[in-house]
Every structure is written in structure tokens, then in C-alpha cells.
Ligand binder design. Structure first.
Ligand code: NAD
Length: 499
């Protein structure tokens, strides 16, 4: 009989616990199709305990000097680096992306911790001496309080690290609810955080689904919410959190367009497009999912794409360094992606490369697909497929391509491939998305720059990462100071005289 997979623990007030939950969901290894752990789905009682622990830890932690808080992040950074390969292997095991992709993810996460070590400098305020007669002005940044992070399945390591290192370094306390599909990376990251010397209760980890999310985003003692996931849930979390008086940043889904101009270096562009569309099996919010072929480039582009994508070694990735693309997250998701390809066919598109037939065994593997002659009335253009599928839309001119971008309700990333500075400039200024690439397949910023999604790809004002991340996790206070000259200072004793 196969062993029953172990329950994933929660961390409350510095103690690891196995929850006595009524409901569980399985964590799968997408390379084998086997369940490797059970995620307990918590309830409001769990949320109450986690938020109470975070609230209790807040006074001491927020008063801890920022340089001491940063020192914990320095220790954490060292531990994440020491355990780098183990963390990457865990991402591959529970998510399915290749080891090289998992390493890249952990590297991006590590950079967030590096960024958090520099937070003390970013907390320094501004001063304006003599802003009025005998009055000095200054600003300071204060923590917002108890912060919550709710994360998606597609970056089990990096997206949690987008949130809590900055929040904690800014003096807040934190409750993380990772995706119930990939909780193992979050558990290992939390163990390392405890080892780094973080005081009990500053960081707490809970597991669950909608019930836990709802309890977190409406809890009286929660002050700020960071969410990353699909658009429908991002909008719901934003609206519900705001209605309950919280500060919310909520990043949603995407449909990222890659424009290929007729003057582009076709070879380089095809490689960049394939890396963008099929990296992490297309399960990235910055994945290029629509190629906009402008003018005469369409046929050559599709021919080269089909050749190149067809040569990618799609294979189970766990323990297999030769896999060029891994499986998707679940059997259900594999079916969803396959049915999106079928719908495109029914709606009149041309499946130029079909990944549905790939030999997958028990894994959740799909091969790369190219769908040609997609138009903007088809669901392949309208909906986020979130799998290894690139749709090709033909456009006559750059203006037509910009208009297609404008009609897209999302607005995460977009790239252009061209040798023309003029075309690149027009695109940079006018494309309707918040993250722009010029001859770059995945224009995803690193820790020091904000992740500036637009439209239905982001709800809120202050984005994740960079200075905006620090601003999200802090409140500004402005102080005006005036000291009155006393009779003693102005008349009696000459020791007080300054002029
Ligand atoms: P998801 O929206 O299904 O889940 C995200 C989180 O929300 C999980 O923790 C989940 O437990 C919770 N959740 C799910 N349903 C809920 C509900 N009904 N009520 C309350 N909470 C709920 O997203 P996913 O499938 O895990 O992740 C993929 C999505 O995330 C894609 O749409 C992708 O584009 C998006 N994403 C966006 C970014 C970005 O920066 N914009 C980054 C990564 C992923």
C-alpha cells in the first residue's frame, strides 16, 4: 500500500503544528502525478490564532531598530544561499518547472531578501529645516502593522519572498497563506527564517483556501494585504479588503503580447519568444502568450517557431536536468489547457504545433503548442490560458498592433522585437501595459524595481517590489517642530545667546 502523504504544518507564534483540519487537499509532484503531501485547509479559528500571534509580536518588533531587523535579513540571505539547491529542487518537485527554471526563481527570491537588507536606508525620511519661521519639517516612515500575504501556485518560492522580507524589514509582522497546491517551499522558507533568528510571532504561516482567505482579508486586526493570483480573485480580494479598511495590493492574471516587426532578427526573436511562451510551461504571469506578427513576417515567424518549439525537450522535470520544459501543475489544469487548444481549433484558428499528443505517462505534461491565425474575437486571444501555448495574431501595421494591445483588458507585460528605434519608442510610449520589453522576451523586473502591472493585471496603488514595495508596507508621518525662545534664553543668561 502506498504511504499516506504527510500533512503540511502551520507555524503560529514560533511553534510548528499539525492542524486537526476537517478538509485537506493533495500536493502533487507534477512529474510523477503522485501526491507527495496533504495541505490542511484551515478555518477562521486558525486565522484568529495567527493574526493574534502577529499582533502580539508587533510592538516589540516595530520598535526594534531597523538595522537590527535588517541583520535578521542578512542571516536569512546567507541561509537561503546555503540551501539554494535544496530550495530549487523543492520548487521542481511540487511545481514541475525545470531545475534551471527553479534555480532562476530562487535567485529572484534571494534578490528580494538582499533588497530587504537595504530597507533601513529606504526608511530614512526627508527633512526641511526652516520650512517656515522657526519651524522645521520632517517625514518618517512607520510600519503599517499586521500584514497578510496570499500567493499563487506558479512561483512557490519567489512570490512569498516578494512580500514578507520587505514587510518584516519595515517593522511589520506577517501572516503568509501560500497556494494550497505548493505549500512545501513556503514551509522550508519559514524554517530558514526561524533559523535566521526572527522573534516568535513576527512571521506566521497558515494553509487553506477561500475560507482562510476570507477570514484574513476581513479580520479586524489585519492592516495590509498583498495578493498575487488570477484576476477574478485579485479583484475580489482588493474590493473586499478595501471595503474592510485594509491597504491592498493585488496582482492578477495577464495576456502578454510580443510584437515582431518585419525588421526583427528572426533567429533571436524566435528563441526569445519560445523562452517567453514555454518557460515554466507557460505558467508565468509574464509569459508571452500572444505573438503579434506585423506586416510580412507572419509566415516565416510561424515556420521558425514551429521548428524551434518542436525541438524543446518536454519531459518530467523532477531529477531530470535534461528536461527543457516540465509539466503543468495538475491533471485538471492539463485538461483545461488542452481544451483551450480544442476551442481555438473550433473557432477557426490553425493549430500549427500541437502539444496535446506528447507522451506523458502519469505526469501532467503537455508539449509546446503554436496556434496560428488567432483573431481578437477568439477565446485564445481573450482568455489567459496559462499553459505552453503561443497564439499568433497577424497585424498589418504597428498601429494595428498597438490597437490590439489597447483592446486587451489585461496589462502586465509586452515586448517588441525590432531594429528600429522609432518603432521601439512608439511601442514603449503607447502600448497599453505596465512592463515593457525591447528585444526582451520577459520584461519582469528584479527586486529593485516595481512590478508595475496595469489594468486588470493589478488592483491597487503601490506595486510589489522596489521603492513602491517599501512604501506599501509603511505609512508616512510628517512632523513640524517649533521651539519657542524662552525668556531665559533671550534675556537673562548670556550662556544661551547664539548671535
Ligand atoms: P488563484 O487566483 O487560483 O489562487 C491564488 C491564491 O488565491 C491562492 O492562495 C488561493 O488559495 C487563493 N484563492 C483561490 N480561489 C479563491 C477564492 N475563490 N477566494 C479567495 N481566495 C482564493 O491563482 P493560481 O492559479 O494559484 O495562480 C495563477 C494565476 O496567478 C494566473 O492568473 C497568473 O497570471 C497569476 N499571477 C499573477 C502574477 C502577477 O504578478 N500579476 C504573478 C504570478 C501569478
Amino acid at each position: 500500500m502506498p504511504e499516506t502523504p504527510a500533512d503540511v504544518p502551520v507555524l503560529i507564534a514560533g511553534r510548528w503544528e499539525t492542524l486537526a483540519a476537517d478538509r485537506h487537499t493533495s500536493v502533487f509532484n507534477p512529474s510523477t502525478g503522485h501526491a507527495i503531501a496533504q495541505t490542511p485547509l484551515g478555518d477562521t479559528g486558525l486565522v484568529d490564532r495567527a493574526v493574534a500571534a502577529a499582533k502580539a509580536a508587533l510592538p516589540a518588533w516595530s520598535e526594534t531598530p531597523a538595522v537590527e531587523r535588517a541583520r535578521v535579513m542578512f542571516a536569512y540571505r546567507q541561509l537561503v544561499e546555503t540551501h539554494f539547491d535544496e530550495l530549487a529542487a523543492l520548487v521542481t518537485r511540487e511545481h514541475g518547472k525545470t531545475l534551471a527554471e527553479a534555480r532562476a526563481e530562487v535567485q529572484r527570491g534571494l534578490e528580494m531578501v538582499e533588497f530587504a537588507t537595504s530597507v533601513p536606508t529606504m526608511l530614512m525620511g526627508q527633512t526641511f529645516p526652516q520650512i517656515a519661521n522657526s519651524v522645521d519639517g520632517e517625514t518618517n516612515r512607520h510600519p503599517v502593522g499586521v500584514c497578510v500575504g496570499i500567493t499563487p501556485y506558479n512561483f512557490p518560492n519567489m512570490v512569498p519572498l516578494w512580500m514578507y522580507p520587505i514587510a518584516i524589514a519595515c517593522g511589520n509582522t506577517f501572516v503568509l497563506k501560500p497556494s494550497e497546491k505548493v505549500p512545501l517551499s513556503a514551509v522550508r522558507l519559514a524554517e530558514l527564517l526561524v533559523e535566521a533568528g526572527l522573534p516568535e510571532g513576527v512571521f506566521n504561516l497558515v494553509h487553506g483556501d477561500k475560507a482562510v482567505v476570507d477570514a484574513l482579508i476581513t479580520h479586524d486586526d489585519v492592516n495590509a494585504i498583498s495578493f498575487v493570483g488570477s484576476t477574478a480573485i485579485a479583484k475580489y480580494v482588493y474590493e473586499t479588503g478595501c471595503a474592510h479598511g485594509k491597504r491592498v495590493q493585488a496582482a492578477g492574471g495577464a495576456k502578454n503580447h510580443l510584437i515582431i516587426m518585419p525588421d526583427a532578427d528572426l533567429d533571436q526573436s524566435v528563441k526569445a519568444l519560445a523562452a517567453s511562451a514555454y518557460g515554466c510551461a507557460g505558467q508565468r504571469c509574464m509569459a508571452g502568450s500572444v505573438a503579434l506578427a506585423v506586416g510580412s513576417v507572419g509566415d516565416a515567424l510561424v515556420e521558425n517557431l514551429v521548428d524551434y518549439a518542436g525541438s524543446i525537450n518536454a519531459a518530467p522535470s523532477d531529477g531530470n536536468e535534461t528536461a527543457g520544459m516540465g509539466p503543468v501543475i495538475s491533471a485538471e489544469h492539463k485538461d483545461r489547457v488542452a481544451s483551450a487548444i480544442a476551442t481555438a481549433e473550433t473557432e477557426g484558428a490553425d493549430v500549427a504545433l500541437d502539444g496535446r499528443g506528447v507522451e506523458s505517462g502519469d505526469s501532467f505534461l503537455l508539449g509546446p503548442s503554436v496556434i496560428d491565425r488567432v483573431t481578437t474575437d477568439m477565446s485564445a486571444w481573450k482568455n489567459e490560458i496559462f499553459g505552453p501555448v503561443l497564439s499568433v495574431v497577424r497585424a498589418d501595421t504597428l498601429d494595428d498592433a498597438l490597437a490590439i494591445g489597447k483592446a486587451c483588458p489585461y496589462g502586465n507585460g509586452a515586448s517588441i522585437f525590432t531594429r528600429s528605434g522609432y518603432a521601439a519608442r512608439q511601442f514603449k510610449r503607447h502600448f497599453n501595459a505596465g512592463m515593457i520589453g525591447i528585444n526582451v522576451g520577459v520584461p519582469a523586473p528584479m527586486a529593485w524595481l516595481p512590478f508595475t502591472g496595469w489594468n486588470q493585471s493589478f488592483f491597487g496603488d503601490l506595486h510589489i517590489q522596489g521603492t513602491e514595495g517599501v512604501h506599501f508596507y509603511t505609512r508616512q508621518k510628517m512632523t513640524l517642530t517649533r521651539w519657542f525662545e524662552s525668556a531665559e534664553e533671550s534675556h537673562a543668561d548670556p550662556v544661551w545667546k547664539t548671535k
